[in-house]
Design a protein around this ligand. Sequence first.
Ligand code: BTN
Length: 330
Amino acid sequence: MMMDRSSTRGRIIQLLCDCAPEAVSGEEISRRLQISRTAVWKQIKALRTAGFDIEALHAKGYRLLHSPDALFTADISSGINSRILDQSIEILAQTDSTNLQLKKRAEAGAKEGLVLVADHQLAGRGRLGRSWQSPPGVNLYLSLLVRPDIPVQQAPQLTFLSAVAVATTLADVCGLSAVVKWPNDILISGAKIAGLLNEMDAETERVNFVVLGIGINLNMTPDQFPGELTYPATSVYLETGQRVDRVRFLQALVQHLDAYYGEFLEQGFAPIRSRWERLCPIVNRQVSIQTGDVSLQGVVVGLEADGALRLQREDGGIERIVAGDVRIIQ
Ligand code: BTN
């Protein structure tokens, strides 16, 4: 079977990481990946060009000394002081989708707080069945497992929690003022910098677990955005001209997620709702909302407990908007 080159690369990185600081032999890599020794050597050469410091040891094989950024080698958990979530963070060189993998782990009984991070996703999932562009080496793609004891109707509140955590981290680590777009995009100057995809599992009206999926464009360059994007997109690098240390960003993000999740468990949705409303430019503004064939006008006055938008009509009545396209009038 022919294997796609990026997938081979990801699997070699994973093997080197799993074995580090020990070496893994060329023969072992060749056997596990079903590729020739020459192909192994070519991949190692390509990885070195990409900034991986790989030592070749006589009769032992290849040993990973250093990767281009420390995502694969840093002790990420030790830089996080979490209150609620345990600090299990697993870094995958490559996977189909961290959400998919974490759901499997959750179904098999994984504990609340497990975070899966991928350097590269081959089938990154976006909302509404879209895909999420997930090239290697540049961004963060992660999923966090939570098991709150809440009714199903409250599960959407967790998406607002992730949005607040991402926007706060962008401000703290990168000095960027991101805004949140209802229901759950993170924008800088009108362009999308991060997306959220929460997936829930429930039994008898209570939440069993929720996977909070977060993708953030950190060091992505213009050529790495797909040509056919239907919305404007950006990355921290495009906004600031500076590369972000992915480990530092990840640690700060997990720290914020932990703090907001703790607050959510103790005080409910209210504090998250106010934080989100402060980050949302349409709150207190006159807007027009297109929902299907109907166009509604009014002032956005905030969020309902289930994440619906509260729109105050001119006659003072409140309309609940569950989906729609919002345009600011003034
Ligand atoms: C959106 O459409 O805006 C949501 C994008 C969510 C992407 C993230 S990346 C990590 C996690 N794994 C996935 O497959 N999707 C989410």
